[in-house]
Design a protein around this ligand. Structure first.
Ligand code: SF4
Length: 370
């Protein structure tokens, strides 16, 4: 009888991100776990495996394909108002107890996720880009599961997308290696990293290592990717004043121009004990971000309840440049050359060439494509 792994293994090819060691052993370098995998065995993510001394990696399918407002990623300084055609596969290299995408991310790791196999749809990179055109997307994003573990597929899609004039982005847990970032760099414009905590023990409980994620934020920024950082604030887990200051100070040390999104937790998957994050916690965290020197801080997931922290303000003259409510743009004032129209200061980010192109006061909802 076929196992779930057998069915999923059909959708694989030989990977790029690995090295051969002695006796048929391979080392995968797609994520910072750097799994050493014996013949016939699997990496921590379970979806990359050693077959006859070669690393096989996921290929040729999506488990989700959706046209999302780019603000949902969240990106606030990367083409506001754009549609982001977003694809996801299966599997993850972390096992966060509060994962909101656990059904697809924990496949082969948690039997409760096995039904996600029904979501698999065979597709080519060209068909993904065709779908992007159909929904008038300007950006193609790898997200929903951890994109690093499916980097080869992402690059195949991104090559096509780039040729079609689209920009590409990752929404990732940041557990990258320098090799993976170099591999992705020619195709990626933007990289959103989840910085989940500043405590090593918290990262251990999620299946990661804090220093690896901090290193990814630094390297991605040095490589010239447009980086935004998000922290889901889980009451009692990472929302102490001390930790919020540490988070904000770290991001500021990389660059005060990196936008920091603090977002609200709601009970999910295995983490049902903490209460949902109240808006006051988000506002306090955003205040701390500003105090630590960050120029752009956003509070997410609770539209209309987080004071001015959905808007972009000029860090020099404090004028509102982009006014938002959830995924709806209420006002857009950044000039074609990416500057504040009031004081002329350049605003860090990647902005629409035509400042009249973002649709104002238009409802935007995620739309399933497959
Ligand atoms: S992607 Fe990460 S978890 Fe998966 S095999 Fe490679 S190193 Fe291991």
């Amino acid at each position: 009888m076929k196992t779930l792994a057998d069915e999923l293994d059909v959708f694989t090819i030989r990977g790029d991100l690995f090295e051969k060691l002695d006796s048929g052993v391979v080392r995968c370098v797609a994520c910072a776990h750097r799994c050493k995998i014996n013949p016939g065995r699997r990496g921590v993510c379970q979806v990359r495996f050693n077959a006859g001394g070669e690393l096989r990696v996921p290929w040729g399918y999506v488990a989700a394909l959706q046209a999302d407002p780019i603000e949902k990623k969240p990106f606030s300084h990367f083409l506001p108002g754009a549609t982001a055609l977003t694809f996801g596969m299966l599997g993850c290299d972390f096992h966060c107890g509060y994962c909101q995408n656990w059904l697809t991310s924990q496949v082969l790791r948690d039997p409760a996720s096995n039904v996600a196999l029904n979501l698999v749809r065979q597709i080519s990179p060209q068909e993904v880009v065709k779908a992007a055109r159909r929904v008038q997307a300007e950006v193609v994003v790898s997200s929903y599961n951890e994109p690093l573990i499916t980097s080869e597929w992402a690059v195949a899609v991104f090559k096509e997308a780039k040729t079609a004039g689209l920009k590409c982005a990752f929404v990732s847990n940041g557990n990258a290696t320098p090799e993976a970032l170099q591999y992705l760099r020619p195709y990626l414009t933007a990289y959103k990293v989840d910085l989940k905590s500043m405590q090593a023990k918290n990262y251990r409980s999620l299946g990661g290592v804090l220093q690896n994620v901090l290193g990814t934020i630094q390297t991605a920024h040095q490589l010239g990717l447009w980086v935004e950082v998000v922290t889901l604030l889980v009451p009692g887990f990472n929302d102490s004043l001390e930790e919020l200051f540490e988070l904000a100070r770290f991001i500021t040390s990389v660059s005060p121009e990196i936008p920091w999104h603090v977002t609200a937790f709601h009970k999910d998957y295995k983490m049902t004990a903490p209460g949902n994050t109240p808006p006051e916690t988000l506002v306090r965290a955003a205040d701390i971000g500003r105090e630590a020197g960050l120029h752009y801080v956003y509070a997410g997931n609770l539209p209309g309840r987080v004071e001015e922290y959905e808007d972009t303000r000029c860090p020099h003259c404090n004028k509102v440049l982009v006014r938002r409510r959830g995924y709806v743009l209420r006002e857009y004032r950044i000039t074609a050359n990416g500057a504040c129209p009031s004081c002329g200061s350049l605003i860090a980010g990647i902005w629409p060439e035509n400042p009249n192109s973002p649709k104002i006061n238009t409802d935007r909802f995620p739309l399933r494509v497959i």
